[in-house]
Ligand binder design. Structure first.
Ligand SMILES: [Ca+2]
Ligand SMILES: [Ca+2]
Ligand SMILES: [Ca+2]
Length: 126
């Protein structure tokens, strides 16, 4: 009995820590365990600046370092000038955020963030 509850306790501790580890702190500054759209956009904006090495205020597909496929890039670049402005980049972020937020509650929890759509979003955040 004792061993059983010990195993249960450690399994629970493991599950809890795994859960906590799933939302990176950098993406969740208010530490409520979920990412809202403002947090996603703030992280995406910071990444945008980091990737924009020539400081032109735009990202080309090379600067994105594989974060968007060619097809996704073309879809994200409606004016077809082969670069993404910050607005174009954040529009993709918002689109992916909404796709990942399957329960439509305005935030992404760890489970949503680790879904296929959530992972696609994460690529644009860090
Ligand atoms: Ca949060
Ligand atoms: Ca463009
Ligand atoms: Ca949600």
């Amino acid at each position: 009995m004792k061993i059983r509850s010990l195993i249960l306790a450690s399994a629970l501790a493991f599950a809890t820590s795994a859960y906590a580890a799933k939302i990176p702190e950098a993406l969740d500054p208010d530490k409520d365990g979920t990412i809202d759209l403002a947090e996603a956009k703030a992280a995406a904006g910071a990444l945008f600046d980091k990737l924009d090495k020539d400081h032109e205020g735009t990202l080309d597909i090379k600067e994105l370092q594989g974060r968007l496929s060619k097809v996704d890039f073309a879809g994200a670049d409606p004016d077809k000038d082969k670069t993404l402005t910050r607005d174009e980049y954040l529009a993709v972020v918002e689109q992916r955020f909404k796709a990942a937020n399957t329960d439509d509650d305005g935030t992404l929890d760890a489970k949503e963030l680790n879904s296929k759509q959530g992972k696609a979003l994460k690529k644009l955040l860090k």
